[in-house]
Ligand binder design. Structure first.
Ligand code: ARG
Length: 596
């Protein structure tokens, strides 16, 4: 068994793709051609379908149906599939053999920590830039998406064996610090003596007060601007106050990460301030390389292909007329640092779609600068807006951003009502624990399960519903499978010993086969979820798994099954539970519960 843990398991779909593609090379003489294997859309047609013949036939200017027939004669899939069938103009339908299915299921079962998720043969160093709150402002619901989508991308990449470097590019160097520091100095002069004495209980209020004073009082505004200059020039006193504001802010956002089960800590932070003393060098380098030029007093890059409505080249501004550096300059310094010093093979940025132009221009500029080696991949993962029930960006009644912390607290309160409704006899402490898992899980799951590029409407009622593709439904499905174990114990069925060393399965019922075929696709789903950075593929898969399990459980008695079938059915239950648990808790950071 230990040896097996080192095996890199390949999803069936990948084996089929490889084999058919190779056979296509032989029959077409064109070299390997994409076989385009996809899961079948309807079980009537089999389990998988290869659609590559049509494109190959087009290239050869030959009849696709005839080519498909030739290909099928050449194909060696005996060990995996029943004889392939040709349909329509040249689709090839594939149906798994039950023996193969059983063997594959047993292998996945033995692959305890990965459940068939393949480990990469070539681990890459992948930087993931996500969350990135702005210091001294509360995290709002807009930061939720970056934080949790980024976290699940990291979790999946880790499982594939990549070296993942999480980077929380916090906004800790902006001009807002001028007014914050000036405000603190005026309202609490004692902090100059002892910056440790700063306690910002209400960060939001503190920020608002400073902003109000700045807007109302020109002298104060001038003072604020001077503080920015002092900070950026490294004045000791100003830096001290700044550092304490950053530390105070962390006390506000770290608990949010912890509640969300997101793996971000102080050592993942490399904020904007980290790059401060590199910015001048970046501008110099780009000027020297004649990539950046002066335009109306500002220093700009004009990467090819970016124009405004009038067709004029768009500037990527890296230094303002007054000498100040910008968000773009910091991102240039960061991208260079990540490629040349962190040795990133790939950098993934997770932000809302409104920053698309910024990242497109950033990537273009970094390429112009010659920092992006041939094998370095830059990806911007975008997402849409969280909307209120009125279909406009989610805001509080008074029109302010909804604070993430308050939103999560409300979710737990509402989840508590769901738990009461479901199982009022549970002890209080347990109810509270379940309410936390369900409430936080519901908020996360609702976000994950929506296609990330669309906007979605935030609705507590929908996300806490026991029916449909929601966290409570999935958590309940898990608890239901686990309850079989408890029932087994009462009936003196020793699940552990029935499953120990199991090496033969007895799959016959349609519902068993349907569930088994879905279970072996877990690794495939993770691969496609990662290829597109779309966690909703995983939630959709888990939802279908829960439904298929229901179908199986309604059709096939488990504990009452005869000796020859019971171990197989127990294994299907066990693997379903482990797959749901793995998907929810290891990859999405959503807690499962044993009862609900
Ligand atoms: N702090 C920025 C914001 O709240 C997001 C930063 C994203 N990362 C980056 N490298 N620019 O909009």
């Amino acid at each position: 068994m230990d040896d097996r843990l080192n095996i890199t398991m390949k999803p069936v779909i990948d084996i089929l793709e490889e084999r058919i593609s190779l056979a296509m090379a032989q029959v077409t003489g064109l070299g390997p051609q994409p076989a385009l294997v996809k899961p079948a859309t309807d079980a009537k047609f089999g389990d998988y379908q290869a659609n590559g013949v049509m494109a190959a036939a087009k290239k050869l200017k030959t009849n696709p149906r005839a080519l498909a027939e030739k290909l099928v004669r050449q194909l060696e899939l005996d060990d995996i599939c029943m004889p392939p069938e040709i349909a329509g103009p040249g689709f090839i339908n594939l149906r798994l053999k039950t023996d193969f299915l059983a063997g594959n299921l047993l292998e996945i079962n033995a692959d305890t920590a990965h459940l068939g998720i393949s480990r990469t043969e070539k681990p890459k160093t992948i930087v993931v830039d996500f969350s990135c709150p702005n210091i001294a402002k509360q995290m709002h619901v807009g930061h939720l998406r970056s934080t949790i989508i980024g976290d699940s991308i990291c979790k999946m990449l880790n499982f594939q064996g990549h070296n993942v470097i999480r980077q929380n590019h916090i906004g800790d160097w902006g001009t807002q610090f001028g007014m914050l520091i000036a405000y603190l100095k005026q309202t609490s002069p004692e902090i100059i003596e002892d910056p440790d004495s700063i306690h910002i209980a209400d960060l939001e209020q503190f920020y608002k007060n400073a902003k109000a004073r700045c807007d109302a009082n020109e002298d104060f505004a001038a003072l604020s601007r001077q503080e920015v200059v002092d900070l950026h020039e490294g004045s000791k006193e100003t830096l001290n106050v700044w550092r304490h504001i950053v530390d105070e802010s962390r006390k506000h956002y770290q608990p949010v990460y912890d509640v969300l089960e997101v793996n971000l800590h102080q050592d993942n932070e490399r904020g904007e301030s980290f790059y401060a003393d590199r910015l001048a060098g970046i501008v110099d380098e780009l000027k020297e390389k004649s990539i950046a030029t002066e335009s109306d007093g500002a220093i700009c890059v004009f990467p090819k292909g970016f124009t405004n409505k009038e067709g004029e080249p768009l500037p990527f501004i890296i230094q303002k007329t007054d000498g100040a550096f910008l968000y773009a300059t910091t991102d240039l310094a960061a991208i260079k640092f990540r490629i040349t010093e962190l040795n990133a093979d790939k950098i993934i940025y997770v932000t809302d779609a409104r920053q698309k132009l910024h990242f497109d221009m950033l990537f273009a500029t970094a390429k112009l600068a010659g920092w992006v080696g041939e094998n370095v991949e830059l990806v911007h993962v975008t997402f849409g807006t969280v909307l209120g029930e009125d279909n406009r960006p989610l805001k509080t009644r008074s029109g302010e951003n909804v604070k993430l912390k308050e939103l999560l607290e409300e979710a737990v309160v509402r989840a508590r009502a769901v738990v009461e409704g479901k199982n009022s006899e549970l002890p209080d402490a347990e109810k509270e624990q379940i309410a936390k898992a369900v409430g936080i899980g519901a908020v996360k799951y609702a976000d994950y399960s929506n296609n990330r590029t669309s906007d979605y409407v935030f609705s507590f009622d929908k996300m806490l519903a026991m029916e449909g593709n929601t966290a409570p439904y999935m958590q309940y499905a898990y608890a239901r499978v686990k309850s079989i174990e408890r029932k087994a114990a009462k009936k003196d069925v020793d699940v552990e010993s029935e499953l120990a060393g199991i090496n033969d399965l007895n799959l016959t019922e349609p519902a068993e086969l349907d569930l088994a075929k879905h279970l072996i696709r877990y690794g495939e789903i993770i691969e496609s979820a990662l290829a597109d950075c779309r966690p909703n593929y995983l939630t959709q898969y888990l939802y279908e798994l829960a439904q298929k399990f229901s179908g199986f459980y309604n059709a096939c008695p488990v504990l009452a099954a005869d000796k020859a079938t019971r171990p197989t059915r127990l294994l299907l239950c066990d693997l379903t539970a482990r797959t749901i648990r793995h998907g929810l808790s290891e990859l999405l950071g959503i807690k499962v519960v044993r009862q609900m």
